[in-house]
Write a protein that binds this ligand. Structure first.
Ligand SMILES: C[S@@+](CC[C@H](N)C(=O)[O-])C[C@H]1O[C@@H](n2cnc3c(N)ncnc32)[C@H](O)[C@@H]1O
Length: 348
């Protein structure tokens, strides 16, 4: 449906200048799309008051003319729910999640089961407001040692691999076969900021390698990036290639079980160890402390209800005489009354 509106028609060469003057005058109708008409363009306006000042700024070459045109409305919505609410029963509208994640060109939404039937509409609405998104999935529970999320295809192409960008770092992700959570991006960046030039870092549960990649792209450090999942390791290799022009550090990629890897390292070799396996990280603290230098830092991730619970979980392993707790930070919501915490331990 087109909308009739007053407009200013000008030579296209003057488009930028006239548009900014029209915006300054507060008469621009941004909800309508300007019309291109050969060498001219028609910009929709609310009213023609103050147009004298606009004319005074322009030479006759602008070929300005005041007229009326038929304009197409723009979609100004950035909330996907605006596109879907008419297509689902009204009693379910309140269940539509407000937010969703985007990994590269794939969107992931935690859609309630009641809405699964309308998943295609939801997926298409998300693609409408994010033109670069090519696939939308409903995310379910995270399973197994590899922490892979259950995915149900809702709309778009059935693709699972993509390149995600975090702070300019390219991360190759395979969502079908490995773990990746874009909500951790700030944490990946923060940990990398703490690394010093020359540090030796062990990323014990590296997944597709976001912590390691952030470090390697910003610091001249040595990073050993390890994961048990061979698919995640393959992604790491691809990302190293994708970022090859900006790598500053040196990387060694391993595909080992964490305990075997720790047992294979003789003595305190690392300055920093990242232990991002929230359900189990604490079980590896003693092994990690053995390969950490005095004064070195271990970043241990745990799932806990509150700060006290964090301390209890750490104490389970019973090696608290060997470290100082330097910082406890809540990173992400995990489940009702459960959060992911990052604890910074310093080896005594
Ligand atoms: C929560 S993910 C973290 C991934 C990554 N650090 C990130 O921020 O995206 C935990 C990773 O630990 C790996 N993992 C699980 N058990 C392991 C083990 N025993 N040894 C080594 N890696 C393991 C999984 O394959 C998974 O990729």
């Amino acid at each position: 449906m087109k909308i009739t509106a007053q407009c200013v028609r000008i030579n296209r060469k003057y488009y930028e200048k006239v548009l900014s003057l029209i915006k300054e005058l507060g008469i621009y109708r941004r909800e309508l799309k300007p019309i291109i008409d050969g060498d001219h363009i028609c910009i929709p306006v609310n009213h023609l008051d103050n147009l004298g000042s606009l004319l005074a700024e322009l030479t006759p070459e602008a070929e300005i003319e005041v007229t009326v045109g038929q304009f197409e409305p723009r979609h100004l919505y950035s909330d996907y729910r605006e596109f879907v609410k008419e297509l689902i029963p009204s009693d379910l509208v309140a269940l539509l999640p407000r937010s969703y994640d985007i990994v590269g060109n794939i969107a992931l939404i935690n859609l309630p089961d009641e809405l699964l039937k309308y998943g295609k509409h939801v997926g298409e609405a998300i693609m409408k407001v994010n033109k670069h998104v090519k696939a939308v999935y409903k995310v379910g529970a995270t399973h197994g040692d590899f922490r892979i999320r259950e995915l149900i295809h809702l709309a778009g192409d059935e693709i699972y691999t993509t390149i995600h960008n975090e702070y300019g770092v390219k991360i190759y992700v395979d969502l079908k076969n490995s773990y990746f959570n874009p909500s951790l991006s700030e944490d990946h960046h923060r940990v990398a900021l703490e690394v010093n030039e020359g540090d030796r870092v062990l990323d014990l549960f590296a997944g597709v390698g976001p912590f390691s990649l952030h470090i390697l792209c910003s610091k001249k450090a040595y990073v050993m990036a390890n994961d048990l999942n061979p698919h995640a390791v393959k992604c790491m290799h691809k990302s190293i290639y994708l970022n090859r022009k900006k790598l500053r550090g040196i990387v060694e990629i391993m595909n080992s079980e964490a305990s075997s890897l720790l047992n294979s390292i003789r003595g305190p070799y690392f300055n920093r160890i990242i232990m991002n396996l929230p359900h189990k990280s604490h079980q590896y603290i003693d092994g990690a402390l053995r390969v950490l230098r005095t004064g070195g830092v271990a970043y241990v991730y745990v799932v806990a209800g509150d700060d006290l619970n964090v301390i209890e979980i750490l104490k389970e392993k019973g090696c608290e005489h060997s470290y100082i707790i330097h910082d406890v930070r809540r990173i992400l919501d995990y489940a009702p009354h459960k959060y992911i915490y990052r604890i910074k331990l310093i080896k005594k």
